[in-house]
Design a protein around this ligand. Structure first.
Ligand code: ZN
Length: 348
């Protein structure tokens, strides 16, 4: 149980944890406090927006809509990991949920499955909306998942809570499915791991915004070059070149890496092999197709377009052959190394 953080305290906690924060105009006085109490607070609820596009998602979460006025959360976590603050105070995000879940969060004990919808969550929980369509196919980039971890840890650390205070909307009430596409149990273990250490915003990873030239990042235990590349929308190859690394498996915790800045092209991180096998409809597919055409690997009769198709797979197969890969790696399904080599431009 705790008194809600002030706007300044929330911003400071997020920045200390390495979160890239954008303060949406008006957020500091934007709330639903005239409709009900805000606090004492006990935890954090993670949501997905069922929208795409950062700007429009942020606007929707600030303004709300006819049936549900904004703010619809405290912060919006974009696909690139940026966090846009839209509300300070009571927000329309949690609605009614199960009082026994609240009790478990207060005790920081195992969560029961929600059945009753008898308790107002907007009083007791911070809410963060993550930009995702929630269709099971829209990817969760590593940078966005890292931001969820950092935001959750920042709030928990500021209040002295454990990771057990972070729940998904679907764990609060049985009439929601969000967030869909990653495991809240896994996220809690990430948050717990982060809370064991000091806040890690001071290593430059949080300040890096791609606009101020090259930044630096201090390697943490468990990092790989590809996880770092994902988090900064760059490639393993670019990191190796910039840092003079010859063996990508030989990086050490505590080592400082230069991160490509605005003068270096930024590339879309590999969305995972399952992404393509789920026949996605995504701007990423269009961007990939354009790169394949530019590389002379087109099997398109029309397009490329956003809907993954056999022509995309055939075109990618041509790319795999162009890379000189062995036949068993030329199946048309993008692999991480092949994807990184293609250097698909990053689109927010
Ligand atoms: Zn929700």
């Amino acid at each position: 149980m705790a008194t809600p953080l002030t706007a300044d305290a929330l911003v400071a906690a997020l920045k200390a944890e390495g979160v890239r924060v954008v303060e949406h105009p008006g957020w500091r006085t934007h709330n639903r406090n005239h409709k009900g109490p805000w606090g004492p607070v006990n935890g954090v609820i993670i949501h997905h927006t069922v929208t795409s596009g950062t700007a429009s998602s942020v606007e929707m979460c600030f303004n709300g809509y006819d049936e549900l006025p904004g703010p619809l959360c405290h912060g919006v976590i974009a696909k690139d990991g940026t966090v846009h603050l839209v509300g300070n105070g009571r927000a329309n995000h949690a609605g009614k949920g199960d009082g026994s879940v609240l009790n478990a969060v207060v005790r920081e004990s195992a969560l029961p499955r929600p059945t009753a919808n008898d308790t107002d969550g907007n009083t007791r929980f911070y809410g963060f909306e993550c930009v995702n369509l929630g269709d099971g196919a829209d990817p969760w980039p590593a940078a966005q998942l890292a931001a969820i971890e950092r935001v959750s840890a920042a709030v928990c650390r500021a209040h002295g809570w454990s990771a057990a205070s972070v729940i998904g909307h679907k764990e609060w009430t049985n009439n929601k499915i969000d967030p869909r596409g990653f495991s809240m149990a896994d996220m809690r273990s990430r948050v717990a791991g982060r809370l064991k250490g000091e806040p890690s915003g001071g290593d430059g990873s949080g300040e890096h915004d791609g606009s101020a030239g090259a930044g630096t990042y201090t390697v943490r235990p468990g990092d790989t070059l590809s996880s770092i590349a994902d988090a900064f929308h760059t490639t393993v190859e670019a990191l190796m070149a910039l840092n003079g690394i010859t063996d990508p498996d030989r990086i050490q915790a505590g080592q400082t890496l230069k991160i490509p800045g605005a003068d270096t092209p930024r590339y879309a991180p590999f969305p995972g092999e399952d992404f393509f096998r789920n026949a996605p409809r995504s701007p990423l597919v269009t961007a990939m197709g354009r790169r394949l055409v530019a590389e002379g690997c087109s099997a398109y009769e029309e397009g490329p377009g956003p809907q993954w198709s056999d022509a995309d797979r055939e075109s990618f197969r041509k790319w795999q052959r162009k890379l000189g890969d062995a036949p068993e790696y030329c199946d048309g399904w993008p692999g991480r190394r092949q994807w990184d080599a293609l250097q698909v431009p990053y689109t927010a």
